[in-house]
Design a binder for this molecule. Structure first.
Ligand code: NAP
Length: 365
């Protein structure tokens, strides 16, 4: 039986592994079908603290893994196929082998979102891709199209401009979601052109099993036309990898985990880490921008606190603190007393003080 199993080996999974291993919890990391997460699919990471010249995503993730291993974390190849979180210990089916664990950290991140066109799906790996780093090289001197209006689309377009003869960014609206710096960089790139208010109707040509063009539609005028392209890159965001926990861990409509405060989920002993939870902007880059949980080591601390308690008490406490939080605000849980009552006490004290002072001054007045 394991103390902690971490599902996911991206930035969040590795961070959790480092802290859990240092807490002597000997974590097991289930790497998942995209080992290393999305960092392993990117090129130069310029905004991770401590690397003034930037660092390649795969190198960064390899360093994190090595760091976790140095403290005793174990890594397991394979994906989580099934999870039974209804009783303790929790049971996890990893590639048809059942693992039991006292606690679980879900750090399974998110996978690329697709447009969902049948032609797009048919041509994945034949000119359609969601990974410029993996497939950009195959489009040297060719015409490339990138779909999306966020930072990912700008990053992909800039990267692909090294290879392609031209890169066209197609976005469904006039306004971009991308940050100014990323958008400006793409706009200043002479190889990149923009097509806004444009939707993709079909990727051509599924009959030939090869991307040769796209059918586009102007969303304002309704005009439809075809354009020649060889590489079609989709960069329209991500979908959280929580399907395996469906019906057990509470999620929002998009599948992102609903946090119960800190790193807690609705199941005591199951925690979330990284981009998997439903709050604020999404994307693995936020691990680099600002840790979701406030402190990088939050999950293992919580795991340890949870484990040192009687599990039954832990459940009761969590339910109780949930009730307090709903009734009295967030501090109720931390202080163990209703925050509103505490505020009232403080308020009452200061009112009394003011009354005392005013009484004293009026006495002198
Ligand atoms: P995103 O910010 O959610 O942008 C997704 C884009 O795809 C949006 O422009 C959206 O259009 C479009 N889109 C979504 N569904 C679509 C569909 N079905 N058809 C056509 N277009 C569709 O996702 P992201 O670009 O992957 O970025 C995720 C997070 O990571 C962001 O917070 C971003 O800042 C961050 N990031 C940072 C860096 C960096 O700092 N180096 C690099 C990449 C990403 P609408 O705008 O119309 O919704």
């Amino acid at each position: 039986m394991r103390d902690v199993v971490i599902v996911g080996s991206g930035c969040a999974g590795n961070t959790a592994a480092i802290y859990a291993a240092r807490a002597n919890l000997k974590p097991l990391v289930v790497q998942g079908h995209e080992a290393g997460g999305q960092l392993s699919l990117t090129t130069l990471v310029e905004n991770f603290p401590g690397f003034p010249e930037g660092i390649n995503g795969p190198d960064l993730i390899a360093n994190m893994k090595k760091q976790a291993e140095n403290f005793g974390a174990e890594f397991l190849h394979g994906s989580l196929l099934e999870a039974d979180l209804s009783k303790r210990p929790f049971r996890l089916n990893v590639e048809d082998e059942w693992i039991e664990t006292r606690t679980l950290i879900v750090a399974s991140g998110a996978s690329a979102r697709w447009l969902g066109l049948p032609s797009e799906q048919q041509l994945i790996g034949r000119g359609v891709s969601s990974c410029a780093t993996c497939d950009g090289f195959f489009h040297r001197g060719r015409k490339i199209m990138v779909i999306g209006g966020g930072d990912s689309a700008m990053e992909e377009a800039n990267f692909l401009s090294r290879f392609g003869s031209e890169v066209t960014v197609v976005h469904r609206r006039e306004q971009f979601r991308a940050s100014k710096i990323m958008l400006d960089r793409a706009r200043n790139n002479p190889k990149i052109k923009f097509l806004t208010n444009t939707a993709v109707m079909e990727v051509l040509d599924p009959a030939n099993n090869l991307v040769s063009g796209v059918r586009l539609r102007n969303t304002e005028t309704g005009a439809i036309w075809e354009q020649e392209v060889d590489g079609f890159f989709v960069a329209i965001g991500h979908i959280p990898n929580t399907a395996v926990f469906k019906g057990q861990i509470d999620t929002d409509a998009d599948g992102y985990i609903l946090s119960k405060g800190g790193a807690k989920t609705n199941i005591p002993g199951v925690f979330h880490a990284g981009d998997i939870f439903a709050s604020g902007p999404r994307g693995w880059f936020h691990i680099r921008r600002r840790p979701r949980t406030g402190r990088p080591g939050d999950q293992p601390d919580v795991v340890r606190r949870y484990q040192t308690r009687n599990p039954h008490r832990a459940e009761q406490r969590q339910a109780h603190s949930g009730r307090l939080r709903r009734k009295h605000g967030r501090r109720g849980e931390v202080l163990g007393i209703p925050a509103r009552r505490e505020r009232l006490c403080r308020h009452e004290r200061s009112v009394r003080r003011i009354l005392r002072r005013s009484k004293t001054s009026s006495d002198y007045g």
